[in-house]
Each structure stands twice: as C-alpha cells, then as structure tokens.
Design a protein around this ligand. Structure first.
Ligand code: AMP
Length: 115
C-alpha cells in the first residue's frame, strides 16, 4: 500500500539528487532540506516502507546500510568530530517519506535528548 515515493524516482534518476555513494543495494544522497552542515540520506534500493517493516531476511541489507553510514562519515571527514544517525519510524516520529532511510548528520553539535 501507499505507492512509490520520491526516493524511488531518485533511485531511477527521474528526480535529481546529489548522490555521494552507491552500491548494488544502497544509495546515499544529500538531503534537500539539510538540518546540519552535512546531512545525507542513506536508503536501500528496495522500497522498504520503514524500519518496522524490515524482516529477518533484511538482516544483511540493514548491515549494509550501517556500513555505508560509516564509509560516508569517513569520506565526509566526520569521524573525528562525531556525527548523528537517525531513523524516524512512523509519522509520529517525524517520518515523512515512507521509504526506509537513515539520516547521517554532522558538522555541528547535537542536543540530547533530541526533542
Ligand atoms: P523523514 O522526515 O525522516 O521521512 O525524512 C525525509 C527526508 O527526505 C527529509 O529530511 C527531507 O528533507 C528529505 N527529502 C525529501 N525529498 C527529497 C529529495 N527530493 N531529495 C533529497 N531529500 C529529500
């Protein structure tokens, strides 16, 4: 249910994005409305609606997403300074695009709790 999202169009290159990382299963690109000096979205190419929809079969893919975060954080020079990784699951948690994505943010300090 719900049809495809803008991220499916980005994967197919029908909508432009500043892509920084790609493998067979994972794509990463700059967030169009950045909340930090560096704000990158890491997504599976498979259109999983949200984290809660991921199954045990997705174990390897979920691992690949975190490995991608790590590589991108290194490429973006964030390892020394620190960075934040966020998954919003569901509208109440702030999810607006229903294609699983990890937010990688860095280049500033972050409050805790996030609010
Ligand atoms: P969330 O609120 O966790 O679902 O995050 C969705 C994110 O996607 C937001 O930070 C948006 O700014 C971002 N976003 C929406 N459309 C695009 C787009 N076309 N290119 C890049 N980022 C986008």
């Amino acid at each position: 249910m719900g049809g495809e999202t803008i991220f499916a169009k980005i994967i197919r290159r029908e909508v432009p994005a500043k892509i920084v990382y790609e493998t067979d299963h994972v794509l990463a690109f700059h967030d169009v409305n950045p909340q930090a000096p560096i704000h990158i979205l890491i997504i599976p190419k498979e259109p999983i609606r949200d984290l809660a929809s991921a199954k045990a079969d997705h174990k390897e893919l979920l691992g690949e997403l975190l490995v991608a975060v790590n590589e991108i954080a290194r490429e973006q020079g964030l390892l020394q300074d620190g960075f934040r990784v966020v998954i919003n699951n569901g509208a109440r948690a702030g999810q607006t695009v229903f294609h699983l994505h990890l937010h990688l943010m860095g280049g500033r300090s972050f409050a805790w709790p996030p609010g």
